[in-house]
Design a protein around this ligand. Sequence first.
Ligand SMILES: [Fe+2]
Length: 107
Amino acid sequence: MADATNQEVQFIDDLENATEFQLKHTPSVQITGPIINVSIGLQGLSHPQTEEHFIEYIALLAGNKLVEKIEFDFEQAPVAVFALPDTDETLVVQALCNLHGLFGAYV
Ligand SMILES: [Fe+2]
């Protein structure tokens, strides 16, 4: 399996003009106190989670360093809960779709 750090990460640069494809793959990040909650999909859209097409993992990175990675199979809902790290590094959440690659969102 590809690691979180060795393939190109797709970010939405312009949310107003984002495609349905981008919106379905991009992590939705919500911070509540010391907790980061992540699901996949923005603006009411969600990614499929089937045997043929699913989110393989959701990862939290600080700078370029992996903090935590949670893996899923197609029968598991791709949601993740992380502890908010105490760091000055830029936090990024990445999600890997088995067909479409790696998608990111800044925390
Ligand atoms: Fe996909």
